[in-house]
Design a protein around this ligand. Structure first.
Ligand code: GLN
Length: 308
């Protein structure tokens, strides 16, 4: 069929670029096979197309932040979430130790400080680490349409070198943004990041976001409309970290990247996209993943500011 053939061409075009390097600060990711590459599309009427290494599983990492933000809104309510986490692009690295000057809030839920806070708001302030991670794993599994798992090796590797995220946790506690034990919250957040997916899982998860929260295959309403709007808004302004402006102008749809090399994109009402390739640019976004998304956007007219 023409779509997989086209997707294979897109992959071959991206393969010409050898720039970047896999994340160095998580040992398992540093040793990733950098030749692996995959892409998937899921339409809002439930058709999934994929090409390349579409069976390869990798950790979801920061892509989880979009979906956990939706859960935090569902569990704590939007106004409480907004009291704790801002919605402004930070223009800083994803793991920067920084808070908004006036409010003490993390700038947005797509950087680590905001994502760790969002994690703490899932279930409730007195929840155990297990209750939170179970809720997150179940929700992500429902979105993927199959049971997902935590990669214990990735989890342990990140936990061994978690000083920076622990520091962010303590900063949040000192600022009164989280009230529970920062170590518990950061561990839970690192577990959430170690859930593994393939590109088809991610494309379906993205398609649920662009289908008003309704799963395109099962037809189940999973994410409330209010959360979808909020999540897609912050993905647009903050999903690619300090490359957000560049991304919106060049590619033009809400997106979220992860440090294992995954990227999701969502064109509301149309299609969910996922790309995977482990080598990252200096902002922590997959080099080939960005090239793949840019080509899809150009070829298929997906830029949200283009009128078709
Ligand atoms: N687990 C990673 C971290 O906290 C996620 C970062 C990312 O994917 N950008 O550093």
């Amino acid at each position: 069929s023409p779509i997989p053939d086209y997707l294979n061409k897109v992959l071959e075009n991206a393969r010409a670029n050898n720039d970047g390097a896999p994340a160095a600060y998580i040992e398992t990711l540093a040793n990733a096979d950098t030749s692996k590459m995959a892409v998937a599309l899921a339409t809002v009427d439930g058709k999934v197309y994929s090409a390349g290494d579409d069976q390869v599983e990798f950790s979801i990492q920061s892509i989880s932040k979009a979906f956990v933000y939706a859960l935090a809104i569902e569990d704590a309510g939007l106004s409480r979430v907004l009291e704790k986490i801002g919605v402004e692009p930070s223009g800083e690295k994803f793991n920067q130790l920084s808070l908004e000057k006036k409010t003490n809030r993390p700038m947005n839920p797509m950087i680590n400080a905001g994502a760790i806070t969002a994690h703490s708001l899932v279930v409730g302030p007195d929840a155990t680490a297990e209750e939170r991670t179970d809720r997150i794993l179940n929700s992500l599994s429902k979105l993927a349409g199959r049971q997902l798992h935590v990669d214990e090796e990735v989890y342990e590797a990140e936990l061994r070198d978690a000083d920076r995220n622990m520091a962010i946790g303590y900063m949040l506690k000192a600022a009164g943004i989280i009230s529970c034990d920062p170590r518990v919250v950061v561990k839970g957040y690192i577990r959430q990041c170690a859930i593994t997916v393939n590109v088809s899982d991610l494309a379906i998860m993205a398609a649920t976001l662009c289908n008003a929260g309704v799963h395109p295959v099962t037809g189940e309403k999973i994410i409330p409309q209010l959360s979808v709007r909020q999540v897609l808004s912050v993905m647009t302004t903050c999903g690619m970290y300090d490359a957000a402006g560049d991304w919106v102008s060049r590619v033009g749809f809400p997106a979220k990247s992860g440090v294992a090399g995954g990227i999701i994109g969502t064109l509301p009402g149309q299609v969910g996209i996922a790309a995977f390739s482990p080598k990252l640019d200096e902002r922590g976004n997959s080099v080939r993943g960005v090239i793949i998304c840019e080509q899809l956007s150009n070829d298929m007219g997906l830029h949200m500011m283009d009128v078709s």
